[in-house]
Design a binder for this molecule. Structure first.
Ligand code: PLP
Length: 361
């Protein structure tokens, strides 16, 4: 029997066990080819089916039609920090960037390096990014508003997206894509590194609306241009075939086993509620995000002191509960409870936390 632990890693993160088993099962002989998915041509009929199925499933899950393109690009979300302004923000125009944490700050830095014009109409840096700003005065002439939907490190999330006066939202959804239904009409572009919620590291899903794509810069190097990926179905050069294959299987699992995003959202809310209820009723654990800004994906909390936090993470690991250390930049503890983290895993964690408090509180 293979031993698997309860995995609360922030990213790369847990994948559905059923998906890992399917990969294992098909690994030596993929789709009757007598070859592994890692050995077949990206120009083969079999791989075409993989990438097309992944795109179709993403469309169905998010409820989007032909007015958007679904692309697969390497370089992670971090490359998108640069590709977005390179492609979409022309000289003489401005964009709005809301700063809600480490990843937003990095997105802003890339726009700055490129010498682009932008504003930061709101930031939660004054309170260590513990909340999502409200009543933001957006520039109605901006080309886009850049948001980070879920702040993986600080444990905050936009519960609802703000009114941007009709300006399309460009959104880094790396850590909450496919975790809940969204109103796609608000978004001009969504990008998400796969390794948190939809697959392994190595590929980033980019969903771009046709009007944004048409206006995108044509003069960039081929590999940095959205148009290159859109015109070649993400097959201009060799794509990360294995990563795309796993994304396809995760999306199939979401659709067929979990029953879609509304159902997934219900389960995610239940998981998060169990942890936040514990934080709210305990004098031992303290949540770090303001209650109305709490993330359903990354639950960040502190214990009475750093020594206890270290002990907590260690003892949790001894009890097969892994990945609970907070990000190195903020300390404390963090439970990442993405789609693939089960209710059972969260129940086990809550039980452990109560026991730990009983012994150390
Ligand atoms: C992890 C993460 C990133 C960085 O992703 P890479 O794929 O490592 O570049 C960016 N944004 C958010 C919200 C993340 O959680």
């Amino acid at each position: 029997m293979v031993k698997r632990i309860y995995n609360f890693n922030p990213g790369p993160a847990a994948l559905p066990t059923a998906v890992l088993e399917e990969i294992q099962e098909s690994f030596l002989d993929f789709a009757g080819t007598g070859m592994s998915i890692t050995e077949v041509s990206h120009r083969s009929k079999q791989f075409d089916e993989v990438i097309n199925d992944a795109v179709e499933r993403a469309r169905r899950l998010l409820g989007i039609g032909d007015d958007y393109r679904v692309l697969f690009i390497q370089g992670g979300a971090s490359l998108q920090f640069a590709m977005v302004p390179m492609n979409l923000l022309p000289e003489g125009r401005s964009a709005d960037y809301v700063n809600t944490g480490t990843w937003s700050t990095k997105a802003i830095k890339e726009a700055e390096i490129l010498g682009k014009t932008f504003r930061v109409p709101a930031s939660s840096e004054d309170k260590n990014f513990s909340y999502i700003p409200k009543n933001i005065d957006f520039d109605e002439n901006a080309v886009y508003v850049h948001l980070t939907s879920n702040n993986t490190i600080k444990g905050t999330q936009w519960a609802e997206f703000p009114d941007t006066k009709g300006v399309p939202i460009v959104c880094d959804m790396s850590s909450d894509i496919m975790s809940r239904p969204i109103d796609m009409s608000r978004f001009g572009l969504i990008y998400a590194g796969a390794q948190k919620n939809i697959g392994p590291a190595g590929v980033c899903m980019v969903i771009i609306r046709n009007d944004m794509l048409e206006k995108a810069d044509d003069s960039l190097p081929s590999m940095l241009k959205y148009k290159t990926y859109a015109s070649k179905n993400s097959l201009y050069n060799t794509p990360p075939c294995f990563a795309i294959y796993v994304v396809q299987l995760v999306l199939k699992w979401l659709e067929e086993t979990m029953g879609g995003l509304a159902r997934m959202d219900e389960i995610n809310r239940k998981k998060a509620a169990m942890l936040y209820n514990l934080l709210d009723t305990s004098d031992f654990y303290t949540g770090t995000a303001e209650p109305d800004s709490r993330s359903l994906m990354n639950v960040t909390f502190r214990l009475p002191n750093e020594e206890l936090e270290k002990k907590f993470v260690q003892e949790a690991a001894q009890n097969d509960l892994g990945g609970l250390k907070g990000h190195r930049s903020v300390g404390g503890c963090r439970a990442s409870i993405y789609n693939a983290t089960t209710l059972d895993a969260v129940e086990t964690l809550v039980d452990f936390m109560k026991t730990f408090e009983g012994k150390n509180g």
